[in-house]
Design a protein around this ligand. Sequence first.
Ligand code: ATP
Ligand code: MG
Ligand code: MG
Length: 282
Amino acid sequence: GRMLANRYELLETIGQGGMAIVYKAMDTLLNRTVAVKILKQEFNENEQFIKKFRRESQAAASLSHNNIVNVFDVGVEDNIHFIVMEYVEGDTLKDYIRKKGKLNWKEAVYIAKQIAFALDHAHKNNIIHRDIKPHNIMINEETIPKVTDFGIARAITSSTITLVEETMGSVHYISPEQARGGFVDERSDLYSLGIVMYEMLTGRVPFDGDNSISVAIKHIQEEIEFLEDDLDDIPESLEDIVLKLIRKNPKERYENAKELVKDLIAVQSGEKIAGRETKKPG
Ligand code: ATP
Ligand code: MG
Ligand code: MG
């Protein structure tokens, strides 16, 4: 395959997003497999995209956590902007859910907890991810979730977003405040994680529509509910956790990822599973 920076041999395409193409590659210096994310050619002349791409690598590189894809290197060669990162063998959470239809609640809680660990770490380092969605979570072969794509991540202090940036994220997981183009903080990531949990538990996203504007408006205006059938196999305390994450008003959500982790651990240990009897199907 072609060599990049005299070091990375591009082997095959493994993924593609709005902004970039991701290759499996060999780091010939350290003799290990890596993933190389390359900014699509059409964005090469666009300063805003290059900035965004660079910000992504900086945000991710400042973090070091078992549930966050590690960034090793960045560079530009012959007008090709690239990020070198840990190669994750496995599926995105999107495909993982699709293959199973939906996840049983224990697995959903296990995955949510690891994502919450990742968010807690990012937030403590003043980084908001802002594009938490199943496509941006890799599940490796040991079923360890790894958050990737800090593409529109931002330092917490400068977090009013522009419309251009907004259209980059997936509107299905967008918080109401983000949909409005307003001030966004770490609780916006928690909302998105709530939508991801909803999808893991039900196999579907709460809102769909013909266009992204209509979906965004639903996140602002419409209440999200589980269906009766969804709740057959979900403890009431877990339903409460998801509903708390997806409150329209950020002040009514969890204050931070740590608080969420506490409740997820309680659900796992059965502590808070009280109240509702788990209904038997049929
Ligand atoms: P988006 O449109 O979500 O912003 P993007 O262009 O920023 O996407 P990524 O989400 O970073 O690109 O990557 C695109 C795809 O490449 C992912 O959905 C995943 O399938 C694959 N991928 C990304 N990073 C890795 C990695 N470290 N190891 C293996 N596969 C990866
Ligand atoms: Mg992505
Ligand atoms: Mg991205």
